[in-house]
Design a protein around this ligand. Structure first.
Ligand code: PMP
Ligand code: GLN
Length: 381
């Protein structure tokens, strides 16, 4: 039979985590924290299950969680979405991205993505029988060239996808970038925006996250996606959400209701409590990760791996050209099997990776002991 995703294999995150396990490597590959979920959240989850919140949740998400998301959005970004008509709880950001694409993108249309980009974007676009049009970010700074983005838009373009803080680079979009996006959308009234903001609270050095939620003109045309997995150290719970204007949310919900119908109910109760009772958690997340970033980068500077600047997110890119001339897939395999540290190559995030790029991604969402164990090995390179 003619298969639907002929180019797709097993994701690089699964491949590298498997290899890390086989070789007892310190796993700095796949992005997940190895420290505990906040006690309040675990206790709230336990309470929710014991209180009997174990059946289907409302399709759009439980009201208390949608209200909590709306309140948090107002506190952080100065605008309150309507919890009933503009907020939908999903089974992770991955589901939200899939639903948003399938809600508005038709067969034969195009979606502009900025390379390198997260690996779930293109398969979701292909399953909609649409085409991903790849525009390269700057190979050094990972900044977008908006002229190139503008030039990539055709009458078939239905969506532009952006991601800040950016996976894998940590680069962040500036207020000027948001103005450039606004200008492009103004000139292309049939293009929707999908903004992947899963690392929204992990931003450093006093920078402001330029959420699409801050920009009325942008959010009127946008699906804004986030994930509690990143904010609350629980990537395995797979709870996220999408904020979009009522008409777009209505279309989004049509896909969501026949994709998963609803999201794990007990966790929704737990997040509703957590968001309301401990706003300091997300407000202090940047400082928490900044300390890890700084400690890790200082240690890396004592090795032959060269750390690149990390404005946001929890990934450190390193230039390994002083260590090896292997391509990035081979290097990350070698680092895992021969040196016991798993990393993620960048080439799977590209349609065509820049020639000669020698970069690997290390996740620093780890306890100091984990990072120290990795450093003991990386120092020997
Ligand atoms: N977008 C980006 C940029 C991500 O890094 C991730 C998770 N690593 C996701 C989306 C998916 O988030 P979730 O695990 O909530 O599905
Ligand atoms: N988002 C995580 C990362 O970039 C991986 C999630 C996954 O394994 N699908 O590492």
């Amino acid at each position: 039979p003619k298969t639907k995703l002929p180019k797709v294999g097993t994701t690089i995150f699964t491949v590298m985590s498997q290899l890390a396990m086989e070789h007892q490597a310190v796993n700095l590959g796949q992005g997940f924290p190895d420290f505990a979920v906040p006690d309040l959240l675990v206790e709230a989850l336990d309470r929710a299950m014991r209180a009997g919140h174990n059946q289907y949740a409302p399709m759009t998400g439980i009201p208390a969680l949608r209200q909590a998301i709306a309140s948090k959005t107002e506190r952080v970004y100065g605008w309150r979405p309507n919890a009933d008509t503009e907020v939908t709880v999903t089974s992770g950001a991955t589901e939200a991205i899939f639903d948003a694409i399938h809600a508005v993108v038709h067969a034969g249309e195009e979606v502009v993505v900025l390379d390198p980009c997260y690996d779930c974007y293109e398969p979701a676009i292909e399953l909609a029988e649409a085409k991903a049009v790849h525009v390269a970010l700057d190979p050094q700074t990972f900044a977008p060239d908006w002229q190139k983005v503008r030039a990539a838009i055709t009458p078939r373009t239905r969506m532009l996808m952006i991601n800040s803080p950016h996976n894998p680079s940590g680069a962040m979009l500036s207020a000027d970038d948001m103005q450039a996006v606004a200008s492009i959308l103004r000139d292309n009234p049939d293009v929707f925006l999908l903004s992947d903001e899963v690392y929204e609270h992990i931003v450093f050095d006093g920078a402001r996250h330029e959420s699409v939620l801050r920009y009325p003109e942008l959010r009127a045309r946008a699906f804004i996606v986030s994930s509690f997995g990143k904010t609350y150290h629980c990537t395995g719970w797979k709870v996220g959400y999408c904020i979009a204007p009522p008409a777009l949310s209505a279309e989004f919900r049509k896909v969501h209701q026949y994709n998963t119908f609803c999201t794990f109910a007990p966790a929704q109760h737990a997040f509703a409590e957590m968001i309301e009772q401990d706003p300091a958690h997300y407000l202090e997340l940047g400082a928490f990760y900044q300390a890890k970033r700084d400690r890790f980068a200082a240690q890396l500077r004592e090795t032959r791996l060269k750390p690149l600047p990390v404005p946001g997110g929890y990934f450190q890119l390193v230039d390994y050209s002083a260590v090896s001339d292997l391509d990035d897939l081979a290097f990350c395999r070698w680092l895992t099997t021969e040196h016991g540290v798993a990393a993620i190559p960048l080439s799977p995030f590209y349609e065509s990776p820049p020639a000669g790029q020698r970069l690997a991604r290390l996740c620093f969402a780890k306890n100091d002991a984990t990072l120290d164990a990795a450093m003991a090995r990386l120092r020997k390179l």
